[in-house]
Design a protein. Structure first.
Length: 291
């Protein structure tokens, strides 16, 4: 086998399931003064996740992708057991982009018997968006992300703007807990028709898949109206009606301060973000754009 082939991007990432093995690998990298980047995921990887890996490679010498379907961020009624699991395909995709390591702990490794700590974020985590519909979600996310940052000794970690409220929450958490990990925000990767890539898109039936891009279209239309001077409230009311007409059950369609996520009544208050969550059949989709 030629040296060129060995060093090519198709070298598979090392797969690690246990903390002592992870610690040994990290110690080797640290001995060489390498910077470590982390991309936390729940697997079922798509081009959005791979964009996070590529962004992280620009800021770190080594990139760890964690794959862990985190039970504590799912409510009993949610799709934990049905959540897509495609580990072999995920590893193959990560080999293509040259990720160095897959950190895939079991639930027992992450939450051993007797585990009794929860990181409960406030601020952007209690503004009446995702938190209103998924009350346990951000504590589950903050707890597991804090553990992942510490386990992986991450200098940087990438999060998608696709989950905009989550991006704000983990940024605040890293700051408030004095974690050294710096957050990289990565723009949303979309299908050609505008639908944001999501592991949950796999749940959509053919006809739902045809309807789904309306979510992004409505966001763009609302942003356009607001930029042209329409009242925010009117633009959003019309947007909700269009979504309902298309067959969505809308959880929220809101305009918020892009930084604090507090409600925005005027575009003059500073940069705005439009955020939407809506259900199409059994599938719940979220999206957001800058105004
Ligand atoms: P998940 O596996 O769905 O928990 O997502 C893992 C990370 O990928 C999160 O930081 C997400 O925001 C990010 N992500 C998911 N979908 C996209 C997308 N379409 N574009 C960019 N980032 C994404």
């Amino acid at each position: 086998m030629s040296r060129r082939f060995v060093s090519s991007k198709l070298q598979h990432p090392q797969i690690i399931h246990s903390l002592p093995v992870l610690a040994r690998r990290l110690a080797q990298w640290r001995a060489r003064r390498e910077r470590i980047g982390l991309v936390p995921t729940m697997g079922a990887l798509h081009a959005g996740h791979l964009a996070l890996v590529k962004r992280t490679q620009r800021r770190a010498d080594r990139v760890i992708v964690s794959i862990f379907v985190n039970p504590t961020q799912f409510a009993p009624s949610e799709d934990l057991n049905a959540y897509p699991r495609t580990f072999a395909a995920d590893v193959a995709a990560l080999a293509h982009v040259g990720a160095d390591l897959v950190w895939a702990p079991s639930a027992e490794t992450m939450y051993p018997q007797g585990f009794a700590i929860r990181v409960v974020p406030e601020g952007a985590a209690s503004v009446g968006l995702e938190d209103a519909f998924r009350p346990h979600f951000f504590a589950g996310v903050a707890t597991v992300v804090a553990k992942l940052f510490i386990q992986c000794d991450a200098d940087v970690a990438a999060f998608g703007e696709k989950d905009y409220q989550q991006l704000k929450v983990v940024t605040q958490m890293a700051r408030d807990l004095d974690l050294k990990t710096r957050i990289i925000a990565v723009p949303t990767v979309r299908e050609r028709d505008g639908l944001a890539l999501s592991s949950r898109n796999a749940y959509l039936s053919d006809s739902e898949r045809t309807t789904a891009p309306a979510l992004h279209r409505v966001l763009v239309e609302c942003a356009d109206k607001i930029v042209r001077g329409h009242a925010i409230g009117d633009a959003l009311t019309e947007g909700r009606a269009v979504l309902a007409q298309a067959g969505f059950a809308v959880d929220y369609l809101e305009a918020r301060n892009a930084d604090t996520l507090s409600p925005a009544v005027s575009a003059k208050e500073g940069p705005l973000r439009l955020l939407v969550a809506a259900r199409l059949g059994k599938t719940r989709l979220i999206d957001n754009i800058a105004v």
